[in-house]
Design a protein around this ligand. Structure first.
Ligand code: HEC
Ligand code: HEC
Length: 203
């Protein structure tokens, strides 16, 4: 669906819960049209997003414990109430994430309420480990199909565009800091990094 960025911003301010139609229009730059230096600059912004609490709190790796971190939580600590995601990454073995992170259509207007995004809330796969990880580590994980869900960079961008959890990260409701930049800028940075040949910083 074709949506202008302005219409998208208006949709965000007027509707509390996002629809799949709120996806932005993306166009990858031609391969080779982005220099390695520009690609590395784009990557540094992608890393700022990936390591932000709104993303990293769910990308906790081998640990099946979601994190509560970022200024709104004070000290970084594992999710309260001893929540474990289990092998299902959805908590079905103990208490399902959706018990609290429901998919209902209610507005997210209460600080400290469990985030709700209109789709199943769950922990990211273990190989997508970002919490407390370096730029080099996340970069190498994300460019390798063996650890990124078998996706090209274009497919990663499409995935971000249609995943409602991602849309939430930039509109997380009161009391939470949104991820930096915007979903559109993040997708463009990812695509620029891809067009530059997915360069990773050296340690
Ligand atoms: C509620 C938990 C949650 C949050 C918050 C979250 N993610 Fe994820 N993420 C997931 C899950 C679950 C998957 C696996 C989905 C799949 O592969 O279809 C995933 C997969 C991904 C992938 C696919 C690549 C890979 O390595 O598996 C990317 C890219 C990604 N997330 C980016 C982000 C970004 C950027 C943010 C913040 C703006 C974010 N995520 C926030 C749960 C989350
Ligand atoms: C008993 C209710 C409950 C269950 C079950 C639950 N959560 Fe939560 N979760 C919450 C509440 C409440 C918050 C917000 C706390 C706050 O803002 O102080 C939260 C916040 C989070 C956050 C932080 C979001 C952010 O960046 O601000 C993540 C990540 C998270 N939950 C993941 C999960 C996952 C994954 C599961 C299932 C394995 C799960 N939760 C199960 C109640 C729950």
């Amino acid at each position: 669906m074709k949506t202008t960025w302005l219409a998208l911003c208006m949709a965000f301010t007027s509707t509390p819960l996002l629809a799949a139609d709120d996806s932005v229009e993306i166009n990858a730059p031609a391969p080779g049209s982005v220099s390695e230096e520009q690609g590395l600059t784009a990557w540094s912004r992608v890393f700022e997003v990936a390591s932000h609490p709104r993303c990293a709190n769910c990308h906790t790796g081998e640990s099946d414990r979601p994190m509560w971190s970022g200024p709104s939580y004070g000290k970084a600590r594992p999710h309260g109430m001893n929540i474990r995601a289990g092998a299902s990454r959805m908590g079905v073995e103990t208490v399902a994430c959706q018990t609290c992170h429901s998919t209902s259509e209610h507005a997210q207007d209460t600080a400290h309420a469990a985030p709700r995004v209109g789709m199943a809330w769950r922990l990211a796969p273990p190989e997508a480990h970002w919490f407390n990880r370096s730029s080099v580590e996340i970069c190498e994980q994300l460019r390798d199909p063996a650890t990124n869900g078998d996706r090209t960079v274009q497919q990663l961008a499409e995935h971000l565009n249609h995943d409602l959890i991602l849309h939430w990260a930039w509109h997380p409701g009161p009391g939470r800091e949104p991820a930096p930049y915007s979903l559109l800028e993040h997708i463009n940075d990812l695509l620029a990094w891809g067009a530059a040949g997915t360069p990773c910083p050296t340690k």
